[in-house]
Design a protein around this ligand. Structure first.
Ligand code: NAD
Length: 480
């Protein structure tokens, strides 16, 4: 997606998507959309208000009266159409993610692809699920929960919207999406694509706006039956609290501080690059980023050397360049947040092995930070306990396998974890003791049918495949 930077040609997105059409916003607040590589305004977005949200909820309620009664074959056909139309715009979706969010092109392509794939994955899961169970005179069926409010974060816009929409559509729910206000351009490209699927009117509605306006109305409105949220712990907690008033079901996909356990039989030439890929995933702005690297004390010196070598290929720069591994942070706020944690790490007594404060040389204009690796980190330091959401890795030494497992689990989060080692049986044994929703062995991996979600403060519920669909279902038993 090409955007001119000349002030006179800056366009303003003024519409939401309600009842199958792009409709003018009732809310009139306008915000700038800023390109993170240079801080320039590239477009503007008009934000929706409570009235826009209520219109969207009403459309979703009307649509649910019929869509909620569709068969699984009808829903499978819709998922198939969604997959087709989104696949046609893969390149545009990726370009928008690079432009507006600053995602590095290779990873942005993967994110967008997995968003698009979530429609086919939901279709597969829908066919495999047992929708009716019978015994004696009892019949139990799975029923859609109703109208769902889908509230998403900015770091993987197409993935979150597609994933939540796919699960909801498979379950027979209708939806109102509130994307992050930092993702308006990306949402627009996605919506143009999804519009081509000619969905039943009101099945998909999207209102761009502020969390405390549009998001809060979705949470409060009795016409919404379920909230599926991806974002921070603080907002997730307030949503869960407020959903109680109308007894809404909630799925919360929240933060992480994921450990990567390096076992002492790991080959460092492969293990360290794999660990760094997990640490700097999506420029470190990833809930699953492996930001704590747990290293056997005896290996610490060789690990430090291996990190210094491997970091040479983690170059920072223009996210559109396929050779670049780390792009800018999404916003000035996010830049400031990462800087404050790097300062805090230094104040707490950790040692900067690579990176440090400030912009990388030559990249002063945008929100670029230096990918930073701290050593001599203790697990009770803020940089080891708090989610930074930037390319900052904390290396923590451990004494024994049990000590590594203890440190890995000594976190309020439990979203993702990794174990790297040559002996697969041993790696599995360690993995089975980690309190995290997903554990990968030896490298970052994905499986569109495997559940995604967190233990502890990382959230409530699961997404992906049948687990994601189940989150939009109720059971009904009929006894004769
Ligand atoms: P955020 O919590 O600030 O915002 C998330 C969404 O919630 C946005 O759309 C925002 O407008 C909305 N919101 C804000 N206040 C609201 C309110 N009072 N009521 C309803 N909605 C409201 O998070 P963010 O900064 O956009 O994203 C970063 C966070 O997301 C990180 O903590 C990260 O770990 C988390 N995240 C989690 C996952 C996961 O799958 N577990 C994936 C990506 C990001």
């Amino acid at each position: 997606m090409k955007m001119s930077t000349k002030p006179e040609t800056i366009k303003t997105l003024t519409t939401h998507y309600i009842d199958g059409e792009f409709v003018e916003s009732h809310g009139r607040e306008v915000v700038d959309i800023i390109r993170p590589t240079n801080g320039q305004v590239i477009a503007r977005a008009m934000l929706g208000d409570e009235e826009d949200t209520r219109r969207a909820i009403a459309a979703a309620q009307r649509a649910f009266a019929t869509y909620g009664r569709t068969t699984k074959d009808e829903r499978a056909k819709i998922l198939c159409r969604l997959h087709e139309v989104a696949s046609d715009r893969l390149d545009d979706l990726t370009a928008a993610m690079v432009e507006e969010y600053g995602g590095v092109v290779q990873f942005a392509g993967l994110i967008v692809q997995s968003g698009v794939n979530s429609f086919s994955a939901a279709e597969k899961a829908l066919h495999e699920m047992e929708w009716t169970r019978k015994w004696g005179n009892t019949t139990v069926t799975l029923e859609p929960v109703g109208v769902a409010g889908l509230i998403t974060a900015w770091n993987a816009n197409a993935l979150f919207i597609c994933l939540k929409l796919a699960s909801a559509v498979a379950a027979g729910c209708t939806v109102v999406v509130k994307p992050s206000e930092l993702s308006s351009l990306q949402t627009r490209v996605l919506l143009e694509a999804l519009h081509e699927a000619k969905l039943p009117k009101g099945l998909l509605n999207v209102v761009t706006g502020r969390g405390n306006v549009v998001g809060a109305e979705l949470v409060r409105n009795p016409g919404v039956d379920k909230i599926s949220f991806t974002g921070s712990v603080a907002v997730g907690q307030s949503i869960m609290r407020d959903c109680a008033a109308t007894m809404k079901r909630v799925t919360l996909e929240l933060g992480g501080k994921s450990p990567t356990i390096l076992l002492d039989d790991a080959a460092l030439d492969q293990a360290i690059p794999a660990a760094l890929v997990m640490a700097f995933l999506n420029s470190g702005q990833a809930c699953a980023a492996g930001t704590r690297l747990l290293v056997p004390k005896s290996e610490l010196d060789s690990v430090k050397t291996a990190i210094q070598d491997a970091m040479k290929s983690f170059s920072v720069g223009d996210p559109a360049d396929p050779k670049i591994a780390v792009g800018p942070m999404v916003s000035q706020n996010q830049y400031d947040r990462v800087q404050s944690y790097i300062r805090k790490g230094i104040e707490e007594g950790a040692e900067v092995l690579v990176g440090g404060e400030g912009h990388p040389e030559g990249l002063e204009a945008g929100y670029f930070v230096k990918p930073t690796v701290f050593v001599n980190v203790k697990n009770d330091m803020a940089i080891a306990q708090e989610e930074i959401f930037g390319p900052v890795l904390s290396v923590i030494a451990y004494d024994s396998e049990d000590d590594a497992i203890r440190i890995a689990n000594d976190s309020k989060y439990g979203l993702h974890a990794a174990v790297i080692g040559a002996d697969l049986k041993r790696a599995r044994r360690v993995a089975s003791q980690l309190r995290a929703g997903r554990v990968v062995i030896n490298r970052m991996m994905d499986d569109a049918q495997a559940p995604w979600g967190g233990f502890k403060y990382s959230g409530i519920g699961r997404e992906y495949g049948r687990y994601g669909i189940e989150a939009f279902l109720e059971t009904r038993a009929i006894l004769e």
